[in-house]
Design a protein around this ligand. Structure first.
Ligand code: ATP
Ligand code: MG
Length: 413
């Protein structure tokens, strides 16, 4: 029989807008990798009746129930009592557990406050999961075929217990969930969809989701496979997608466009420098976020005003006056200038109007011009990017990074 899980996040703070149930995201991922699907995620406040109701519902619809939070010593920590009450189990004092908690306080030069005694109470028949990094122990209850696991809310303590105590008890399912993310730049979501329509139609048992963020499209593939076997369906789709999208496909899983650029630059022994106006340093920030960037990223300038474009990126003032700051000659001048000044293999530039103001009728907000100067090539790209200011800037950063990536691909090919 396949086991389905329900996650219960306990804590009134999680019902608001300021704290997120990150424990649930972590648990969903780790269970998914074991082939145990999460079918419900419940968030419930620190209220005894609501807690009982949440557990009662979960027991009626899931085989594995994992709750986090509310095991602490304070009055709003009610999980232990709620579950014991619902399952009609008396709470027994666990002498060994109590000694352990007292000992923990002593080691830190403190005496245990009386309120912590509650953490040594165990619903009859429950197994105790020791907490090596905090005081609240975890509890495992078996109800027939059902498994109820209660874990502390503090993410570090919870994760440690999951890895050491919970996952080993959920003997690996014979099926696991394999996933792969394919990352695409330079195409819109609808264009990606159109080009991949036929491959998508033949996806078979592989689950397919397409997600868009400014300047980047992701295809998420998921496939149930026998434990130990390879994800053959995903591999087949991956090859088909790569054959159709070619250079638009820039990475997989944890790869980012900047990590791809770093890999290509190092392979080619190339360096890069940037001159940024509309992106305000966003391109440099992305490039320097990759470990080892110092080996290939020389630096750059935020050349925002016309004067800065002249002073920092060596743009010819005559060209600026003639063509205006958002123009192909200026973008090319910025790229060539920063390349020369920093002695880089590649110079990358971005200029534009992020909005809400534009540069006249033929240059509305969202008009962005990129420049790339490299060995024997200088190219520019004039773009109209949709969205409000922050989105235009994000799209411009992605488009600029993608232009550099394509330059590096051309050179290393
Ligand atoms: P403690 O012994 O620390 O009191 P506890 O089991 O009572 O542990 P809580 O008091 O509910 O846990 O939560 C402790 C901390 O962990 C809080 O900062 C809380 O915001 C955080 N936390 C609780 N649940 C979650 C969750 N689902 N996701 C992320 N953080 C959480
Ligand atoms: Mg608490």
């Amino acid at each position: 029989v396949s086991r389905r899980a329900e996650l219960i996040a306990i804590g009134s703070e999680l019902l608001g807008w300021s704290r997120h149930d990150t424990n649930g995201s972590y648990l969903a991922r780790r269970l998914g990798e074991r082939g145990i699907p999460v079918c419900f995620r419940t968030i419930v406040g620190d209220d005894p009746a609501d807690l009982r109701a949440a557990f009662a519902v979960a027991l009626g619809r899931a085989e594995v129930i994992i709750a986090t939070g509310g095991l602490g010593p304070t009055v709003d920590d009610l999980t232990r009592e709620a579950v014991a009450g619902l399952l009609d189990l008396p709470l027994d004092d666990d002498a060994a557990l109590l000694r352990g908690i007292e000992e923990r306080f002593r080691r830190h030069g403190l005496t245990m406050p009386p309120s912590n005694r509650r953490q040594a109470q165990v619903p009859r028949g429950a197994e105790v999961l020791p907490n090596s990094v905090g005081t609240a122990p975890g509890l495992v209850l078996r109800q027939g075929a059902r498994l109820v696991v209660l874990l502390p809310g503090v993410p570090g303590e919870m994760e440690r217990m999951v890895e050491e105590g919970v996952l080993p008890r959920l003997e690996a399912a014979d099926e696991v969930l394999a996933t792969r993310v394919l990352k695409i730049a330079g195409l819109t979501e609808s264009e990606t969809d159109r080009r991949l329509a036929e491959v998508h139609a033949g996806a078979g048992d592989v689950e397919w989701t397409i997600l868009a963020s400014p300047g980047q499209i992701e295809i998420h593939l998921r496939e149930r496979v026998r434990a130990g076997a390879g994800p053959l369906g995903i591999d087949r789709l991956d090859r088909a997608i790569e054959a159709i999208l070619g250079e638009h496909l820039f990475g997989r899983d944890d790869e980012t466009i900047e990590s791809t650029i770093g890999r290509l630059a190092r392979a080619a022994g190339a360096t890069a420098a940037v001159a940024e106006s509309v992106t305000g340093g966003g391109v440099a920030a992305r490039l320097t976020s990759t470990p080892g960037a110092s080996r290939w990223f020389r630096g750059g300038a935020v050349a925002y005003s016309d004067d800065a474009k002249v002073a920092l990126a060596g743009v010819d003032p005559g060209i600026l006056a003639r063509d205006g700051p958002v123009s192909e000659p200026v973008a090319a001048g910025m790229a060539l200038g920063i390349r020369a000044r920093l002695g880089a293999t590649w110079g990358l530039a971005a200029t534009g109007y992020a909005g809400p103001e534009g540069g006249g009728p033929d240059r509305p907000p969202g008009t962005v011009v990129l420049g790339l100067a490299g060995p024997g090539v200088t190219t520019t790209r004039a773009l109209r990017l949709p969205g409000p200011r922050a989105i235009v800037q994000q799209r411009a950063v992605m488009a600029a990074l993608d232009l550099l990536r394509r330059g590096l691909l051309g050179r290393s090919a």
